[in-house]
Write a protein that binds this ligand. Sequence first.
Ligand code: OKS
Ligand code: ZN
Length: 355
Amino acid sequence: MKVFVDEECSLHRPPYEILSGKIVAYHETPDRLLQIRLALEGDGVFQIEDADRSIDVQRHALQVHSVDYIEYLESAFGLWVEEGGDPEGSLFPETFPNAKITQRFATANLAPRSLAGKTGYYCFDLSCPITADTYTSVLASARVSLSAARELSRSGESAFALSRPPGHHAGTSVAGGYCFFNNVAIAAKYLQQESECSTCCGIAILDIDYHHGNGTQEIFYSDSSVTYVSLHAELDYPYFTGSREERGDGPGEGFNHNFPLPFGTEDGAYCGELRKGVKVIKEFDPAYLIVSLGVDTFESDPIGAFKLTTACYAEIGCIIRGLSKPTLFVLEGGYDLDTIGKNVRTLLEGFITGA
Ligand code: OKS
Ligand code: ZN
């Protein structure tokens, strides 16, 4: 299996985040990519390939994200430094347009003119500080996803996008949860455009990260050509999305499927729910399958509260293989550096070999 990489994914390096009221080292680090790459390379099962630097990433990102959001991400840090921000520092949101203050008083022309206002307008939490290198990595991450998607459309072979920052929390015009561009959504739109019949090219997105992919859900919520299936922790981040009742809207009704699971979920229960999600995808019969691959479901993940073991990742890979679709795996979360490489490798090998 080909594994796509881009060294610019490692430039984005925010120093800290706030978890449970404490300033802690940022969990979403370049070391995550390094550990996975070390586990995958060396014995010929996986072929590491550089993403194509000639891909016009912004053009493809515009199929998913609004032009004002993309312009904000590209320009925000420079504007902040012009206003006196620390060139070595991180730009954080100030205020958020919480519906309880906007509904009556700021509904008309909500986009604020000031940079400080925009920081909260284009972000829903404190997990996406913007540093000098952030946008370079955001582009690189989508480039990796697009390069791997192109491999699927050209050869029909499944591929893995080894990219960061991750993407599934990023919506049409909002960052959050370490995500800026929605790499999976950008790949889905690309695959639909590349296929001979773009209107009937169905895509299924299976999100097995510990967290609900609110961004992916939002982007395709009214779209009947993309089915979104997510297994995630109930009552955990991002807290306001991911219920079973969210089933899609308008023409997209019935094409969004959430499987919220309790804290402490173990291998057997997880695989049982995964089989239900896979059945939904089988009935949809997509041209392509895209997997939002997070291993923050592991028992020792510092953020997640599921109890999956390494053996479960082989089983998950086997179950996904059962769909027999050209499959694009895109990295999302997973923060235990000692096990992230082994767990990702085990899942991909389960998919490749069926054992
Ligand atoms: C709190 C951040 C909480 C964790 C963000 C979740 C990132 C992730 N400031 N999403 O899949 O792994
Ligand atoms: Zn996650």
